[in-house]
Design a protein around this ligand. Structure first.
Ligand code: PLP
Length: 378
């Protein structure tokens, strides 16, 4: 399996016709419990569904090779997955986190993880000297998003892995935006990759999930697995099945959505009512060279700043017809969101910013929709 390409793995990894029936589509195992042998042993290795179950295991075995990891541990949400990585830490440990990463991760660090005695500091992960200066003797984890949410900043994953390892820390990358189709953090030196599988992995805005992929077997993987089984935030079998089903089309979807976003970013940069476009594929993006080195394409997320401030941005979002006003990302349908409203009053996100999750519609239709929405007087 190791030599197979991503498109093939996305379909064939951990999949074979069902041994009991020959069914080509995998069955969904809903059973919460499994029969013991007369001697008390478990004939098939399964005992109780929270601990493990065949449908969840199949999903995990399908995801791990996509990221090039030793194993994958799945969760009921991306939020539970990030918590599992933070739960590998000890009281007194310290986390360095990108200053503009997903606001829910920052809230989790402040409101949940801090209570366990794990401290954190926010730093610009694009500034490697700032990262070095922010390290403390107890820094055990660097948490990075690249591209970041919602400013689409880039961080050098290979350099961050080196800094982490030289200082006895691990690097965790939230690869939700890029997916393994466009970027493989473990190959660049990261120790953990985390996904909100709610997004591109699920791909249809109809299932919530999360995953942690760990590079090597060992205590780090064991701790994430322990947190899954004993923390109990496991995904339901049907949700695992839905995500597994969607993996088969992940490479196709992400590449096309990314191509759509790239075309939109270039067109929007020329729109008079757009003050700025944040998209790593644009030559004007400050980290474009890094993005070109680290990613095979630039992703399906972009943000724009609308001339006329927050009222104009809200008016544009109110006028879109194909872009649905909704949070989240990664589905086949395009979404638009005024991020500052979602992130709350303390957000550093500019108030005139709209984040676009670009879907699989025809790009000309999407551009026409944005142009008519932007024609509103600010
Ligand atoms: N990481 C990123 C980059 C996200 O965008 C999100 C959700 O929006 C999460 C993590 C959290 O995932 P979930 O909503 O599945 O808990």
């Amino acid at each position: 399996m190791d030599t197979l390409r991503l498109e093939t793995l996305a379909i064939h990894a951990a999949r074979s016709p069902d041994a009991a029936t020959g069914a080509v589509a995998q069955p969904i195992h809903l059973s919460t419990t499994f029969q013991r042998n007369p001697d008390g042993s478990y004939p098939h290795g399964w005992s109780y569904a929270r601990a493990d179950n065949p449908t969840r295991r199949e999903l995990e075995r399908a995801i791990a090779p996509l990221e090039g990891g030793q194993d994958c541990v799945s969760f009921g949400s991306g939020t539970a997955a990030s918590l599992a990585v933070f739960a590998t830490l000890e009281p007194g440990d310290h986390v360095l986190v990108g200053h503009d990463c997903y606001h829910g991760t920052l809230k989790q660090l402040a409101n949940v993880v801090a209570r366990w005695g794990v401290t954190h500091a926010r730093v610009d992960m694009a500034d490697l000297d700032a990262v070095r200066r922010a390290l403390t003797p107890r820094t055990r984890l660097l948490w990075v998003e690249s591209p970041s949410n919602p400013m689409l900043r880039l961080a050098d994953l290979g350099a961050l892995a080196e800094i982490a390892h030289e200082n006895g820390a691990r690097l965790a990358a939230d690869n939700t935006f890029a997916t393994p189709v466009l970027q493989r953090p473990l190959a660049l030196g990261a120790d953990y990759v985390m996904h909100s599988t709610t997004k591109y992995f699920g791909g249809h805005s109809d299932v919530t999930g999360g995953a942690v992929i760990v590079r090597e077997a060992g205590p780090a993987l064991d701790r994430v697995r322990l947190f899954q089984q004993e923390g109990g935030g496991v995904p339901a079998p049907f949700d695992c099945w839905l995500i597994r089903r969607s993996l088969a089309t992940l490479p196709l979807r992400v590449r096309q959505q990314s191509a759509n976003a790239h075309a939109l970013a270039e067109a929007l940069a020329a729109e008079p009512n757009v003050a700025q476009v944040y998209y790593p594929g644009l030559a004007t993006h400050p980290n474009h060279a890094l993005a070109a080195r680290q990613m095979s394409a630039f992703g399906a997320m972009l943000s724009i700043r609308v001339r006329g401030g927050e009222p104009a941005a809200l008016a544009v979002a109110a006028r879109t017809r194909l872009f649905t006003r909704a949070t989240s990302l990664g589905g086949v349908e395009s979404l638009v969101e005024h991020r500052a409203s979602v992130e709350g009053p303390d957000t550093p996100t500019p108030r005139d910013l709209l984040r676009l999750s670009v879907g699989l519609e025809h790009v000309d239709d999407l551009l026409a929709d944005l142009r008519q929405a932007l024609a509103v007087d600010p």
